[in-house]
Design a protein around this ligand. Sequence first.
Ligand SMILES: *Cc1c(COP(=O)(O)O)cnc(C)c1O
Length: 374
Amino acid sequence: MKKIDNCYVNITDNDIEYINVSIKDKMISGKGPYTPLFEEKLANYFGTNHSLTCSNATLGILMILMLLEVKEGDEVILPATAPIMSVLPIISLKAKPVFVDNEENSFNLCIKDLSKKISKKTKLLINVPMWGYANNIDEIAQICNLNDVKVLEDNSHCHGSKLNDSYLGCFGDYSVFSTHERKLITTGEGGFLLINNEVDYLKLKEIRSFGEAYSIKSTHEQYGGYGLFLGLNFKLSSINSAIGITQLDKLEWKIKKRTENANYIKTNILKISSKISEIKTLDNSINNYYSLALLVPEKDKNEIENLLMQQNIISDPLRYKYCPLYNLPIVSNTNKDCYNSEKLIDQIFTLPTHEGLDIMDLDTMIDVIKKYYA
Ligand SMILES: *Cc1c(COP(=O)(O)O)cnc(C)c1O
């Protein structure tokens, strides 16, 4: 039986041709020509001043924490509904994750709870909209700005999702996207940052490449350009970037296909029972349909996910044992008070919508729900 989950690697002849071209140049490191080309294309697409590719999104988050000099004792706020990759960089620096609750049945963050969680120690808020659904990042950024807290958007699920006619990635001080094979633009492993501030951009270039001096030109010659600043190596190879360039060209088409598939599923299942609903979306938002996220009563969720699995259809929350981040053993000594997050996680399951599915696949999903609520 064909396995249907939300991973579909859409590599076609034109990707392969372009990879071949990029290899033949024999400049294949992170300093090869396709990395700045990909970055220019990303900045143009999203409408930001700069983009910087990086090895993956987890390390992209670490780069921002290094930029802000986050250290032991500092606090970083993030949603309890985020996946583990969003919190690991915080823990790795011995900083303290502080979890903020969401609104009921929605990935919108609860502004009241957010205001309560901001303290003198807060260095950063990481917003993590899930499964392509834009949340109230506009309000979040406003509250954070008023309190001098920087905002990083972790949009690893949200390539091309929009709020108020702007792409997600244009609301915070910084934005990170993953290009792992599960994501809507893939380079195998990889990621990229979006940045508007010129000084931050140059500092991030230093952090990305062994501290090589970019922000102070006059000292560049001394020590061969290195040794003044701390940096590590977060570069993305030119071959990976070449894949990203042809992948980005497919993004709009992918979103169109996924939206059609999601609409077909929704038209057929939302009328089956009033017990099933789509997670709340904002009126002025466009979803990329990374996956279709649905809510059912807590007692139905596991049964439905298991019935789907019997048809080899994999719900993401089942696949990675979705739980509030603060329940993980590695995330200790933090607040565990996000009741809406807990409730949402107990009720959510996802259906794949990707462009590799045919009408029979979609009908198989619909039949499972039909039979369950018959
Ligand atoms: C995939 C993902 C990451 C991690 O991305 P990598 O590129 O695999 O490190 C981080 N945050 C979210 C929300 C993700 O979905």
